[in-house]
Ligand binder design. Structure first.
Ligand SMILES: NC(=O)c1ccc[n+]([C@@H]2O[C@H](COP(=O)([O-])OP(=O)(O)OC[C@H]3O[C@@H](n4cnc5c(N)ncnc54)[C@H](O)[C@@H]3O)[C@@H](O)[C@H]2O)c1
Length: 255
């Protein structure tokens, strides 16, 4: 059974980590994919996501240089989708994480976090929804985080951004639902990506490994597990699900 046959998905931040796994999983379910990122080589190494999709599936993959903070780049990603059909699934996945104390944060750091993690989701949704409205259907998935559901000291900028993604998802689901567009947010826990290895070294550090005791499943998540949840939200398996916040965290939050 191909859950996404005939669909065209735009995935931002698709070169690495969660976005890369989502792109592959969507293609494995029959979707053609637009891979929108500021880089092409995966942060974790290996072949590009385009090569991965083309090797592992018979679906089409188009790579496009897209800085999600730039509206023109988001529009260009939608135009790339037109070459494959028209965007039917938008995954606003690109994001950054930087730990920073409120006592030391600069205005530039605040603006960067807001632009990459929040502005991108809003205008990525706008660019996709303008096309989806014309087609009378569509599906938007926004990457929030467990940090969008619980505040943690040292992560106020990231939590702020991910909380904003959750709340805009609720409002957008209300606004776009009558036009046939479902909008949901995904809230991963600590996943095995460069974000938690390089940017905020949790995985592989003694302090970080201590967190495992707080996760009922006693392990980090894999990007492929975020991807499976994204397939659920993107497909008709979730046909009556909109405005929801799907948590994929090994039981960490338990809310
Ligand atoms: N890894 C986790 O534990 C975790 C947990 C919860 C939520 N998330 C969210 O999942 C999403 C993906 O995270 P990840 O762990 O895969 O990160 P990652 O760093 O492995 O990959 C992020 C990708 O986004 C791209 N990117 C960064 N800035 C961009 C920009 N301005 N324009 C376009 N692309 C850009 C990067 O080039 C990279 O390919 C993020 O929104 C993140 O906040 C991750």
């Amino acid at each position: 059974m191909s859950l996404l046959a005939g669909k065209v998905a735009v995935i931002t931040g698709a070169s690495s980590g969660n976005g890369r796994a989502i792109a592959l999983a969507f293609a494995q379910e029959g979707a053609d994919v637009v891979l929108a990122d500021i880089r092409e080589d995966p942060r974790e190494g290996g072949i590009t996501t385009k090569e991965l999709v083309e090797t592992e599936t018979s679906q089409k993959a188009v790579s496009i240089h897209c800085d999600v903070t730039k509206l023109a780049d988001l529009e260009a990603a939608m135009d790339a989708a037109e070459t494959l059909g028209s965007v039917s699934i938008m995954v606003n996945n690109a994001g950054i994480l930087k730990k920073q104390s409120v006592l030391e944060a600069s205005e530039a750091e605040f603006d960067l976090m807001s632009n990459v993690n929040v502005k991108s989701v809003y205008f990525g949704t706008q660019a996709a929804a303008k096309r989806m409205v014309k087609n009378g259907c569509g599906n938007i998935i926004n990457l929030s985080s467990i940090a969008g559901l619980r505040g943690t000291g040292g992560y106020s900028l990231y939590c702020m951004s991910k909380g904003a993604v959750k709340m805009m998802t609720h409002a957008l689901a209300d606004e776009l639902g009558p036009k046939g567009i479902r909008v949901n947010s995904l809230h991963p826990g600590i996943m095995n990506t460069q974000m938690n290895i390089e940017d905020d070294p949790v995985i592989g550090t003694p302090t970080g490994e201590g967190y495992l005791d707080m996760i009922p499943l006693r392990r980090w998540g894999e990007p492929e597990e975020v991807a499976k949840a994204a397939v659920y939200l993107a497909s008709d398996l979730s046909s009556y699900v909109s405005g929801s916040s799907l948590v994929v965290d090994g039981g960490y939050l338990r809310i």
